[in-house]
Design a protein around this ligand. Structure first.
Ligand code: COA
Ligand code: MG
Length: 292
């Protein structure tokens, strides 16, 4: 497993960096990722204060196993350059950049982070019409930049497309699927968009299951109540692990030595399934080690 792209990212909680109470609470919540937002969740008059609060929160630490990202404003706004400079000088794990339109934008963010430690990752929102029509070239920047993860921004995409964001998400399904394929092609991790219905956990759970079905590593969240159901959905289940152990044991059996295709529990099973089984077990071990 590579640490940058293949670690548990089941649940990524956004919070406005201007909200000190939410930052304090995030240190106690069972999410895998905390995103300190300087962009959509922060009003223009609070941008500078939020930037300082995000940097101070990273400096103070206390986030334990959780990865911490700062979501900056776009470099096309009056706040972007200062946000990027502040994040680059902090010890944050990742900088999440919004409203990327094409591969050239990744190069601009890469340049803006030139002075940051090599371990700092660049994460990008996929949320504009231009980006969903340039998924593969944007993902290909993984080889020449710090880019390691995408997050779908379904609210902004709905706004730009003038499409309706219903629980079924019908207008967005082709893009969700294409984004997962482009991300996988270039070794990026990828997280699903947020569910605005934070008081209705049934709606949330069904949307999370849809994300799992599509191949997302996890989901971005807006409220603490969404974390537990999200972790439950994106963790390997007991049945998954029983299957994985059976596959690993079957390929290790002497009678199957050197075989590429065997039967396990009445199903055709190939070496590619052995890879999937090993990944599931490794992910479950990482989740257990993190205690969440
Ligand atoms: N992160 C951490 N804590 C959060 C939180 C979040 N995203 N959202 C709410 N909380 C905390 C509240 O501070 C409150 O804490 P308390 O019990 O100690 O007082 C508790 O959880 C319950 O909050 P609740 O009253 O249910 O919600 P709210 O009405 O205060 O806030 C939102 C609702 C939607 C405004 C809020 O959840 C939020 O700001 N979410 C994130 C928005 C965001 O970042 N958007 C950008 C990306 S899409
Ligand atoms: Mg947005």
């Amino acid at each position: 497993m590579t640490s940058a792209t293949d670690r548990p990212r089941r649940s990524a909680l956004y919070l406005p960096a201007s909200n000190a109470k939410a930052i304090a609470k995030a240190r106690t919540l069972p999410c895998d990722v905390v995103i300190l937002d300087l962009e959509d969740a922060v009003a223009p008059e609070a941008k500078a204060e939020a930037r300082a609060a995000a940097v101070a929160a990273v400096e103070e630490g206390g986030f334990g196993h959780r990865e911490v990202a700062i979501r900056t404003n776009s470099l096309d706004t009056e706040w972007g350059a200062a946000d990027l400079a502040a994040a680059a000088a902090s010890r944050v794990d990742a900088v999440l950049v919004p409203k990327v339109n094409g591969p050239g934008d990744l190069d601009r963010y890469e340049d803006a982070l030139a002075s940051a430690p090599p371990s700092l990752q660049l994460w990008a929102m996929i949320e504009t019409c231009a980006s969903v029509l340039a998924l593969e070239p944007i993902a290909a920047r993984a080889s020449s930049t710090r880019l390691s993860l995408w997050i779908m921004g379904t609210n902004d995409l709905a706004k730009e497309m003038r499409a309706q964001l219903t629980p079924e998400r019908t207008p967005f399904l082709p893009f969700l699927s294409q984004a997962v394929a482009a991300a996988r092609m270039h070794g990026l991790a990828i997280l699903d968009g947020v569910c605005n219905e934070f008081r209705d956990l049934d709606v949330f759970a069904s949307e999370a299951r849809q994300g799992l079905l599509f191949g997302f590593d996890g989901k971005s969240l807006i409220h603490p109540a969404q974390i537990e159901p999200c972790n439950a959905t994106f963790s390997p289940s007991e049945a998954d692990l029983a299957w994985a152990c059976a596959v690993i044991a079957a390929f290790a059996a002497p009678e199957n030595e050197g075989k590429g295709a065997i039967q396990v529990n009445g199903k055709m099973t190939e070496l590619l399934h052995l890879d999937q089984a090993r990944r599931l077990v490794a992910m479950a071990e990482q989740i257990a080690a993190s205690g969440r």
